[in-house]
Design a binder for this molecule. Sequence first.
Ligand code: PMT
Length: 429
Amino acid sequence: MRQTEIRRIPVSYPPFAVSEISRMPLRPLANLRILLGVCGGIAAYKAAELTRRLRDAGADVKVVLTANAARFVTPLTFQALSGHPVRAGLWDEAAEAAMGHIELARWAQRILIAPASANTIARLAHGVADDLLTTLCLASDAPLAIAPAMNLRMWAHPATQANVQTLRGRGVVILGPGDGPMAEPESGPGRLLEPHQIVAELVALHGPKLLSSLRVLVSAGPTCEDIDPVRFIGNRSSGRMGFAIAQAAVAQGAEVHLVAGPVHLATPAGVERIDVRSAREMRAAVMQQIPQCDIFISAAAVGDYRPAEIAAHKLKKSGKALILELSENPDIVAEVAALKKRPFVAGFAAETESVESHARAKLERKKLDLIAANRVGGGAGFDAADNELTLLWPGGKEHLHRADKLTLAHGLLERIVALRAKPAKVRRR
Ligand code: PMT
């Protein structure tokens, strides 16, 4: 749902109103025929949103429910969401008059089972074909991906783990499971991945790679400017937005370097990370990478000022007001954009009011190719799972509606790819 909104609402200023239409961002799973198998379990309800998101990503989706799944969710739901009749059994006389299950097995270019129960995983591992879904899996050449969902002890059980290993050995892709609270009051590995994560994994596996053979540099997180050995000036950035961009760029085939301020986040797989603390350290790390990179995305919340001097020892209370003298930090993104030989430069604008006009002024003043404007403060923007962005570039804009930061990151990258396709002279007019 959100992805469709992201992709459908570009608003343009002249002179790009017409050409904008041809630069509509790609649907990463366009025309891919996915057979979605849904097993019984409480997570089956999430398969409805998954169907919707797969279609938003451009896939043609047909759904098969196991008998147990049909106790949790109805075929009608999936029929409405997929736009195709739903099969829930092998013994449907009308469908099987023309060997419907073989036709379905041939139709599928990919089979995705989400949620995949411990029972179905066991039957797949042993080649059992005693219902429509397992029969289809045996009868089809399509690559199979499964997203397990079950109680944490069922997932950890040696039998399940052995079955999963068997499937992996046959080239089946295992998506997840996630780790966290379950329907029963327990927490641990066994949760179904969120629908957007499953779609992102599928895109990474099967979608066109927007950024293959490109080198992307991302800055993320806050900078910390030391006052003395125990105190510093910092900000509320968690690094989540920049890390999501790095993760999305890897999924889109880029070689990614991530310059990170002090954050508590795991490095996304495939990303080369460089840790820094202050704005000046961040500048040095960025400048070292710039000559090798094609795209620089400055998502870091870089401190504009630093204490003019760092006290060698902890400052003591004096009973009077303390006045700190601050020096201005280098403006990293503006410095990169001013280079003669420069990559595509995208900045962010964190604003608390007049978001769009302040952001457009920054775009122009810093001579960026694009700026992603977001409202911050009052719980928005910083350290939140979701965000909302307005992308601005010379002569155009696009609003990315509220979504998780990974989805927004993909939307941002799609726009960058579309803009890079234009010659720099036209782009910066
Ligand atoms: O990290 P999260 O918790 O996920 O939060 C995400 C975010 C709110 C930090 C992110 O979405 C965001 O807005 N990042 C930019 C924050 C910022 O510093 O904005 P700004 O408007 O002050 O700066 C404008 C641009 O100049 C930014 O690209 C910034 O990286 C860059 N800049 C700023 C100052 C400076 N000295 N050097 C710079 O390069």
